[in-house]
Design a protein around this ligand. Structure first.
Ligand SMILES: [Fe+2]
Length: 510
């Protein structure tokens, strides 16, 4: 059923009357319209991609300001940047059950080229978005440029980093989790979360609506395809599988919450129908091949993991860390990953995932403490991955991580008990967009950390993102940082550049 132009104008007038944002005298205001949460594309293939939008003339209200019935959305894909020459077009139904989001899976397009797209509903047009298809599966591309982001905390800072990322025109944006934070609003921060800690579908929808309204985030979504995977804060801090952070919450209770959170994640991300949640389950691990240049294995290290060992936190290893049944990936995902790695013909094999892989001793001085929420808490599985990469001679493995709001360049060595052991792979951990507020270039005790963990080549605690440029012979990671996020308009720095040469595992300063 089509919502008429008049209905939108009525909704728009009501929204203006409701006082959305500040409006200076004499300022000309355009009606907000249905596309206030932006447009996006994602999960590219050689012949297509997903196009996303969510209709919401009043995004912070239940129902987004639309009646509870389906709305037809016209979409076009064009070969020109003004989107005037459509090569594909169609009509999608925005369902109230999915918060009037649409996920259009476009196929039949030419490989390895940009496309532009636009939505239209009831006479209202969205902005034009830019996206692209992947190179053919058997192609040998000369280069890909991938931006890696994580941890956009709305309250703790402006998303200035996305504004800089936009100017770099990456081919692909990888978001490795903490796209929202679930916690209740806190006063005296840069912005404030509406409401209490998210637990219901409506809570999460409102939270995404708040985040999605950010203009820098919207602009970056409209400029390149994204490949997304959630971490913990899209649901609940440090959850593990069906286990809540809070000890008294039962698995059944928590899975009801997880179902709500996953549904809202699906509703707000450019994901394929294959990821549509079924209750508390959502299929998110997947492989995206940039021709034969790079295979991106996108992992989900939250949904299938066993509970954090040793009571979570930074701890010395306990018996549980060597539990052979403990897992971050779950058996099915691990089998899928190993199978994919074994078959890969790509020059670079990339694990795009959430938590740091290197076994970093976080305790300065005598004794050791490892993060039980990261791979070292699941040491048997971590070693299995390293062993697999080494024994099966997987070509140029690179792990990309987020989660901890800091930058790291690490060699992944075969045996972290023997710190001189052979290097098997490389890891780049990208810092947060804004979580943690203004950061520091040189963290406290950096010298001690580097001395105790010689496989750590670089560490920094500013905000920003990773920019990776990959060619058949060289992987280059630029650690892009902004000096502050509590104020808008920070300039961009390249704090460090680390490279990996093909055939030589391990990273070095460029
Ligand atoms: Fe985070």
């Amino acid at each position: 059923m089509m919502l008429s132009r008049r209905s939108f104008l009525v909704a728009a007038a009501a929204a203006v009357g409701g006082g959305l944002g500040g409006c200076g005298s004499g300022e000309v205001r355009t009606p907000p319209g249905p596309f206030q949460l932006g447009i996006a594309s994602g999960d590219p293939a050689p012949d297509g991609f997903v196009l996303w939008t969510r209709l919401a003339p009043r995004p912070l209200e239940a129902g987004g300001g639309l009646p509870g019935r389906p709305v037809e959305v016209r979409w076009i894909v064009a070969e020109d940047e003004n989107a005037t020459r459509p090569v594909r077009e169609g009509v999608a139904l925005a369902l109230p059950e999915l918060a009037h989001s649409v996920h259009v899976e476009v196929s039949g397009l030419a490989p390895d080229r940009p496309y532009w797209y636009r939505f239209r509903v009831g006479g209202e047009e969205s902005p034009v978005g830019r996206t692209r298809t992947l190179p053919p599966a058997d192609a040998r591309p000369g280069r890909v440029r991938v931006a890696v982001a994580s941890c956009n905390h709305l309250e703790m800072g402006w998303f200035t980093a996305y504004r800089h990322m936009l100017r770099e025109n990456p081919d692909l944006v990888l978001h490795v989790g903490d796209y929202i934070y679930e916690q209740a609003g806190v006063d005296k921060r840069v912005r404030k979360h509406m409401g209490k800690e998210c637990t219901t579908l409506q809570d999460y929808r409102t939270r995404y609506a708040q985040y999605k309204a950010d203009p820098d985030l919207q602009a970056m979504h409209a400029a390149a395809p994204w490949l997304v995977t959630p971490d913990d804060h899209e649901v609940d801090n440090n959850y593990a599988g069906a286990v809540s952070e809070e000890p008294k919450v039962t698995s059944a209770e928590f899975l009801i919450r997880r179902a709500a959170a996953y549904q809202a994640y699906y509703e707000h991300m450019p994901l394929r129908l294959a990821a549509l949640p079924k209750g508390p389950d959502m299929l998110l691990y997947r492989r995206v091949a940039w021709g034969r240049l790079a295979d991106f294995f996108v992992l989900d290290t939250r949904q299938y993991r066993t509970d954090q060992p040793c009571g979570d936190g930074n701890k010395p290893p306990c018996d549980q860390t060597m539990d052979p049944n403990a897992t971050l990936m779950g058996t099915a995902q691990r089998d899928w990953l190993f199978d994919g790695l074994a078959r890969s013909g790509a020059s670079w094999n990339v694990l795009a995932q959430q938590v740091m892989f290197a076994r970093v001793d976080r305790l300065p001085g005598p004794g050791v403490a490892y993060s039980m929420d990261q791979w070292p808490g699941y040491e048997v599985e971590r070693r299995r991955v390293l062993q697999f990469l080494h024994e099966r001679k997987v070509a140029n493995p690179v792990v990309l991580s987020g989660d901890i709001h800091t930058n790291w360049a690490n060699d992944l060595i075969a045996d972290f008990a023997g710190l001189n052991s052979r290097t098997v792979a490389s890891e780049f951990v990208g810092t947060s967009i804004s979580s943690g507020g203004d950061g520091v270039a040189v963290p406290k005790d950096l010298d001690k950390l580097l001395a105790e963990n010689p496989f750590v080549k670089f560490h920094n605690a500013e905000r920003g993102y990773l920019m990776c440029e990959v060619t058949p012979s060289l992987w280059r990671s630029d650690f892009r940082t902004v000096p502050y996020v509590v104020k808008a308009g920070a300039p961009l720095n390249t704090r460090a550049t680390y490279v990996v040469e093909s055939g030589m595992p391990g990273t070095r300063k460029a």
